[in-house]
Ligand binder design. Structure first.
Ligand SMILES: Cc1cc2nc3c(=O)[nH]c(=O)nc-3n(C[C@H](O)[C@H](O)[C@H](O)COP(=O)(O)OP(=O)(O)OC[C@H]3O[C@@H](n4cnc5c(N)ncnc54)[C@H](O)[C@@H]3O)c2cc1C
Length: 332
């Protein structure tokens, strides 16, 4: 029989912005908490996909480099006692007398409540649908910009039409010799601010075109052939590097494999305004949670984390005094 002290109050699954901030806030509430993260570092999509990007829409920071935001969050997390377990993937959850039994690839722990913050799950970018694309991956073809220096003084083609594609093109423009932005529609699906920046940039937009073929040319470069939509016209662009940003394929299989799991629909979990799922004391926050009007943003995740932690603590300890302001909660 597990002793009361060996049972976590809150297990947070996923160490992206939502999970990190929930872990910090759980610490403020004196909860016995753990964060379990599959990857070898915290930060979720922010660390794994766009560490070099400048983020403009987090309150309190007119602009902040993605990597720096995660460093700041980690610093904040270190001020509390929440345990952080990296390189551990939650592979199963079972109901148990204490609440829930959480199994990872390394250990089994008991917890009274759970906050699921698994984001988009495994990061599987939607790949370029060209037969030989794998031959170019890693040297000419990329699915995110992790190291800006790789693109210095290069001719780069960014493919995609959403916010991320435009952000990447604008980021690359700062170091690259030339940037093309190729999209299959004439209009970009991005924030007005980004589209305005694009209009005022040196980036050459190539629309409405779709990449149809890649071939190696001299000097380790690539010839990209692209077809005009609803037309037989073809063009060829010779570039050093290609960054494809066609979004991600949602992976809800992992959550569905757990013995006990909330209802998962196309990778997201429908929640109440507190983040509560259809399971007792199981909440979902961040990109994985869904409700009417939800915007999958870092700022949204930061708001959802304290709401879920407070609701869970209220459910576990109804007699405890509810949330105060942080200055009154912090012991150290
Ligand atoms: C290119 C790009 C640019 C973006 N730019 C912005 C921006 O400028 N501003 C903004 O607000 N938002 C931006 N976003 C969105 C933002 O990154 C997400 O809203 C945010 O990362 C969501 O945080 P999260 O913690 O919910 O999920 P995630 O960041 O996806 O983190 C989830 C974590 O859970 C882990 N995990 C998953 N399954 C398990 C498991 N079974 N066991 C253990 N761990 C698990 C994953 O490894 C991951 O680390 C951008 C997204 C992309 C892709």
């Amino acid at each position: 029989m597990a002793s009361e002290n060996s049972i976590y109050d809150i297990t947070i699954i996923g160490g992206g912005p939502a999970g990190i901030f929930a872990g910090f806030y759980a610490g403020l509430r004196n909860a016995r908490a753990q964060i379990i993260e599959s990857l070898s570092e915290l930060g979720g999509q922010v660390s794994a996909l766009y560490p070099e990007k400048t983020i403009l829409d987090v309150g309190g920071y007119p602009e902040i480099k993605a990597r720096k935001l995660i460093n700041q969050l980690e610093g904040q997390l270190r001020t509390v006692d929440t345990a952080v377990k990296l390189n551990q993937t939650v592979t199963d959850i079972q109901k148990n007398a204490a609440g829930y039994q959480i199994t990872t690839n390394q250990e089994t722990t008991l917890t009274k409540g759970i906050i699921i913050a698994t984001g988009v799950g495994a990061f599987n970018p939607r790949k370029l649908a060209v037969d030989n694309s794998a031959d170019f991956e890693g040297h000419n073809l990329f699915y995110s910009v992790k190291n800006l220096d790789q693109f210095k003084d290069q001719t780069v083609l960014v493919a995609g039409g959403g916010d991320s594609a435009i952000d990447e093109a604008l980021l690359l423009e700062k170091v690259a010799k030339k940037v093309y932005l190729l999209h299959r529609r004439d209009k970009f699906r991005a924030m007005e601010h980004s589209v305005d920046q694009l209009k005022n940039s040196s980036i050459e937009t190539v629309t409405p075109y779709l990449i149809k073929g890649l071939s190696s040319i001299a000097g380790g470069r690539v010839a990209v052939s692209a077809k005009k939509m609803k037309s037989d016209d073809m063009i060829e662009l010779q570039v050093d590097k290609i960054v494809v940003n066609y979004g991600f394929i949602a992976q809800d299989d992992a959550l569905n494999a757990w013995n006990v799991h909330p209802d998962v629909n196309r990778g997201t979990i429908r929640v109440q305004s507190s983040g509560l799922t259809d399971l007792e004391n199981v909440f979902a926050i961040g990109d994985v949670s869904k409700y009417e009007g939800k915007e999958p943003l870092i700022a949204t995740a930061f708001g959802e984390a304290p709401i879920a932690v407070n609701a869970l603590m209220q459910s576990l300890y109804p007699d405890r005094r509810g949330p105060l302001h942080s200055t009154a909660m912090h012991k150290k």
